[in-house]
Design a protein around this ligand. Structure first.
Ligand code: HEM
Length: 190
């Protein structure tokens, strides 16, 4: 009964728009077309929030807390469990940020920015992106696999210290990039 009423309402609406000269599907298509740059921007920022937000958490919360833990043997186990799970999320969001980013370059016809030093913030974005692509798709799966392997070689905590330094450097570079990209995208830098 309810379903019947809903179907009738959709039908009436559809024909109303059709008679009024609109086609709902075309309307939706047109809306997406008109706003695709804004939608790509929203996807770009959303992926960066999740990805760099995760890096912030690992750098400022997870590693310091684990390093303070008295259970030395468990430190790497916990770190690996969380980091390996995050690696999957990071791979997905890094890809999404890249696709949406290049799509915006295409939509804005902004390829020439890469040969203009005033657009250094564009270079910074691609540099950070390439760094993560290399780390997540080459170094981690083929060379590190599991940070925990290091503890089996008897290294343990000193390695988490190194890990913390690496994460801190990457995180600071990412934050600077976000800052200058917002300024650049809103015309403050040129
Ligand atoms: C393949 C890599 C990337 C490409 C091709 C790319 C491309 C772009 C483009 C074309 C814009 C719009 C610029 C404009 O409106 O003039 C943009 C905006 C932005 N991107 Fe990227 N990006 C990439 C990676 C990144 C990364 C790694 C970060 C962060 C660490 C980032 C952060 C931002 C931010 C914060 C904005 C500004 C959005 C706004 O305020 O409107 N991007 N990006």
């Amino acid at each position: 009964m309810v379903r019947g009423v809903l179907v009738a309402l959709v039908e009436v609406n559809y024909w109303y728009f059709k008679l009024a000269g609109y086609d709902l599907l075309r309307l939706l298509g047109g809306y997406l077309n008109m706003n695709e740059l804004a939608i790509a921007r929203a996807i770009h920022i959303l992926s960066i929030v999740i990805w760099i937000g995760g890096v912030a958490f690992v750098t400022m919360v997870l590693i310091p807390v684990i390093r303070q833990s008295p259970y030395k043997h468990d430190q790497m186990e916990i770190f690996n469990g969380i980091e390996n799970r995050f690696a999957f999320i990071a791979r997905f969001t890094v890809l999404l940020a890249g696709i949406s980013g290049f799509y915006m370059v295409y939509q804005l016809s902004a390829w020439q920015r890469f040969s203009d030093a005033r657009y250094f913030w564009m270079h910074a974005m691609v540099f950070i992106w390439l760094m993560f692509i290399f780390a997540l798709f080459v170094i981690e799966p083929f060379f590190i696999k599991n940070h925990g392997r290091l503890i089996k070689d008897g290294n343990g905590i000193s390695d988490l210290k190194k890990t913390q330094t690496v994460h801190a450097v990457i995180f600071i570079l990412s934050v600077i990039t976000i800052f200058i990209s917002v300024l650049g995208a809103h015309g403050v830098l040129n």
